[in-house]
Design a protein around this ligand. Structure first.
Ligand code: SAM
Length: 230
């Protein structure tokens, strides 16, 4: 299967294993991962955030309930929300999540936004689990791309050591553990790592962080673009 499907599949397996109730996808683009996740029965709150309202709206309708959802309402409540905003900004609606995914997002961030990212996602949102994926530049020569990066909008592409140093630093600073894996295995005998590198972060202190602690002090900055209650 294509690489993006392997990334989504990785997330789906993680969801099936850990059964998060509240899941947010940051940099959700055209909502394809969200669409897949709405079929996971453990999830009650599903939120997508992207800086581009336009790209979110492309396939937004796929998140709406189908006639069958009304004919056979499910036992569990499910709310799906799309928000326009930046991961460089804090909004109290992102507090209290069990899982936050950032699939192929960080390499699109300008330097000043990348610098704010750990403080916002790890420090403020502080979900129980965070998954971050990004291209592994060591794999690039196998892709035979002629340009410097795999995509013209990429601000950087990191090798394994660069990603792992960044991830270990964020994990240590905000009290998370991190494990590294990936999708897109290299051909036999090539020690270049996965095509997509993935960090899975777990908050060490798994006692519930009380969202109220922050809520009072932070005003809303994200804009709700879509909201549906199943
Ligand atoms: N996560 C999607 C997936 O796996 O199919 C694809 C992500 S796409 C490569 C990167 C996305 O990040 C774009 O939709 C872009 O609009 C969004 N983005 C870029 N900067 C952002 C920011 N500061 N805050 C939120 N989203 C941002």
């Amino acid at each position: 299967p294509p690489l993006y499907k392997q990334r989504y599949h990785f997330i789906k397996q993680l969801v099936n294993k850990h059964k998060p109730k509240k899941v947010a996808d940051l940099g959700c683009a055209d909502c394809r991962l969200l669409w897949m996740l709405k079929f996971c029965n453990c999830i009650e709150v599903l939120v997508g955030l992207d800086i581009s309202e336009e790209v979110m709206k492309e396939k937004m309708h796929t998140l709406s309930p189908l006639p069958s959802d009304y004919l056979q309402p499910s036992e569990r409540p499910l709310t799906v929300t799309l928000l326009q905003g930046s991961v460089a900004h804090k909004d109290p609606c992102m507090l209290g999540f069990d899982l936050v995914t950032c699939i192929e997002l960080i390499e699109h961030l300008e330097a000043q936004d990348l610098e704010k990212f750990p403080e916002v996602v790890f420090g403020f949102m502080s979900p129980a689990m965070i998954v971050i994926s990004t291209p592994n530049s060591e794999f690039n020569y196998l892709l035979q791309t002629v340009s410097l990066f795999r995509h013209p909008d990429h601000k950087f592409e990191w090798n394994r050591a660069q990603f792992q140093n960044w991830a270990l630093d964020a994990a240590a600073r905000y009290d998370y553990t991190v494990e590294f894996t990936g999708v897109g295995a290299p051909p036999c005998g090539k020690d270049v790592g996965f095509c997509t590198q993935i960090g899975v972060f777990v908050r060490k202190n798994l006692r519930n962080v009380k969202p109220e602690r922050f809520e009072k002090y932070q005003r809303s900055v994200y804009k709700t673009v879509f909201k549906v209650i199943y």
